[in-house]
Design a protein around this ligand. Structure first.
Ligand SMILES: [Zn+2]
Length: 128
């Protein structure tokens, strides 16, 4: 994926305005501390990330379809694996729960990044 595309910068959790600054104080999709802690402003373009009170509650509505898109096919894939390799349902459920916990943090972070990228438009780098 090219670094100049919106999709790349959503998954890289970069600022929607400049594509340079990080959206979170701890960058990366798999972080286990300060999961949703964001800086008040972009360190590169000074974009304010505190849009309005309760702004990020809309990210919940973005994460919901992402969860459906990721997990519904996984359920069918799980049943397919269960039939093919005759795995027990308990084993599949344990595997599924581990995947759910593993995907929780990336989905929450990507939802926030998507919300910001839908709201704020790219104006290029170098604008201070
Ligand atoms: Zn920025």
């Amino acid at each position: 994926m090219r670094e100049s595309t919106k999709l790349y910068n959503i998954f890289a959790l970069k600022c929607p305005r400049c594509y340079k600054g990080n959206l979170f104080t701890r960058p990366g999709l798999f972080v286990f501390k300060s999961i949703l802690k964001m800086p008040e402003r972009c360190e590169h373009c000074n974009q304010d990330f505190r849009i309005e009170p309760g702004f990020y509650s809309a990210a919940l509505w973005i994460s919901y379809p992402i969860v459906l898109i990721v997990f519904v096919p996984m359920i069918f894939f799980g049943f397919l694996l269960k039939e093919r390799f005759s795995l027990s349902l308990e084993m599949m459920l344990g595997f599924f729960i581990i995947i759910c916990f593993g995907m929780q943090i990336p989905i929450m972070r990507i939802s926030r990044a998507l919300l910001l990228h839908f709201t704020i438009h790219y104006i290029g780098s170098g604008n201070k």
